[in-house]
Design a protein around this ligand. Structure first.
Ligand code: SDX
Length: 392
């Protein structure tokens, strides 16, 4: 067993690295990117600024931001042959599986982005993926809606352009909606990084073998897809819809969540780190009221969500286990109000998390971290002799 005497399932008490990117305090509900509070960044920064901050460590000057924006725009073309890969998927394919595959396929069209050792080679790969990832993410939505792909418009801002590629109608002039784009920008900022969560740890460990940035991101997308992680935002809306169909009977679902014999969990509730509240959930809950108000949308599912949270937060089972709404609990309600289909919610999470994954990969590579290779405690068979099939 190589001297291993204890294991730590789910790494609940294991630190995997030193990092200067994101600070979390689970007891106090604190989240900071490079020392700046999430509350300030969500209010005062825009997503591209936060991308720069997370990846390079400082808020950009005017000049740095415009160069970053220009470098990204120069890379915003995706090779036309990539469409043949998209065409190969059935319309029913889940967008997260398509996005992970397309991100990995990008390697074949950008071979120089794999073996990056110098900072400038890393920068080249970073601006390439920041430019092409939103295109691929928008493709996944156009495919499901049988809409022709949209090439975007480099005169628009980063988030506006993403929205255009997702929603522009082929026979109409695209008109940006300020409320929608501000809401989208805020949501992407709130999802941008979260220290060593499951998908980020995946990006780091795949990157630690020097498989390259795009391959590491493709693996991170797959990890995020799971309903216990980023996939929860889709599962929350499906749960709230089910409760609505069930006549809004939240008590029944609370009881199911508490029943040890029932695998059902209250999706969007609980967190490995936050044991009081998820600061992002607080901001998103407030933003949901604002955005739906501004857009004049009444969504009964928001009321069900609020009702569910109210009951759960007073229930001994949840209080005792310190289970509170997390980032995924209210985010889907805003995505819905923005006209984003439920199966695209986790793609939106991935779009937000992209700069965090990139920053953590870059930090791991610049610090020359060793390849990730944990040990185990063997509990299998002792040595035994081979048996011919006639003797088995
Ligand atoms: C994200 O790590 C990150 O930072 C992730 C993330 C990020 O930004 O990257 O914040 C994004 O993934 C948020 C979490 C989204 N997932 C969900 O909302 C799915 C529902 N939540 C749970 O599955 C759970 O709370 C986790 C996965 C979030 C955390 O799981 P843990 O820390 O492994 O806790 P656990 O499963 O050991 O649960 C502890 C107890 C258990 O009860 P007992 O066995 O002690 O009696 O709490 C119970 C669990 O059964 N429990 C729940 C519950 N979550 C935990 N019971 C009912 N409903 C729930 N949601």
């Amino acid at each position: 067993t190589g001297g291993i005497t204890t294991i730590d399932p789910g790494y609940k008490n294991t630190g995997s690295c030193e990092s200067a990117i994101t600070f979390l305090d689970g007891e106090k509900g604190i989240l900071r990117y490079r020392g700046y509070s999430i509350e300030e960044l969500a209010e005062k920064a825009d997503f591209l600024e936060v991308c720069f901050l997370l990846i390079f460590g400082e808020l950009p000057t005017e000049e740095q931001l415009s160069k970053f924006d220009k470098d990204i725009k120069e890379e915003s073309q995706v090779d036309e042959d990539m469409k043949k890969i998209l065409d190969g998927f059935p319309k029913s394919a889940h967008p997260m599986g398509v996005l992970s595959s397309l991100t990995s396929a990008l390697i074949a069209f950008n071979p120089g982005s794999v073996d990056v050792d110098s900072e400038e080679e890393m920068y080249g790969a970073i601006v390439k993926i920041l430019a092409k990832f939103p295109v691929l993410a928008a493709w996944t939505m156009r495919k499901r809606k049988s809409l022709p792909l949209d090439y975007g418009d480099n005169s628009l801002g980063y988030v506006e352009n993403l929205h255009k590629m997702m929603f522009a109608k082929p026979n109409e002039t695209y008109v940006a909606n300020k409320i929608v784009n501000e809401a989208l920008d805020k949501l992407l900022i709130l999802h941008a990084d979260h220290e060593q969560n499951c998908s980020t740890s995946t990006v780091r460990i795949v990157g630690s073998s020097h498989a390259g940035l795009f391959a590491s991101l493709s693996a991170g997308i797959s990890a995020l897809w799971g309903p216990l992680h980023g996939g929860a935002n889709q599962a929350v809306i499906e749960m709230l819809e089910a409760i609505k169909e069930d006549g809004g009977d939240t008590a029944k679902y609370i009881a199911k969540a508490k029943d040890k014999n029932d695998p059902f969990r209250l999706m969007g509730f609980g967190h490995r780190v936050y044991k009081n509240f998820d600061p992002r959930a607080k901001i998103i809950k407030k933003a949901a009221d604002e955005v739906l108000g501004d857009l004049g949308i009444e969504d009964p599912v928001l009321d069900i969500a609020k009702g569910l949270a109210e009951v759960a937060l007073k229930d001994e089972y949840f209080v005792q286990r310190k289970l509170y709404p997390n980032v995924d609990f209210y985010s889907g309600i805003i995505y819905r109000a923005l006209g984003i289909p439920t199966e695209m919610f986790t793609v939106m999470f991935a779009l937000g998390r992209l700069p965090g994954w990139i920053a953590q990969w870059r930090e791991m590579r610049l610090r020359k971290e060793p390849i990730g290779r944990p040990r185990q405690i063997y509990i299998g068979e002792n040595l035994r002799a081979f048996k011919e099939i006639s003797e088995r």
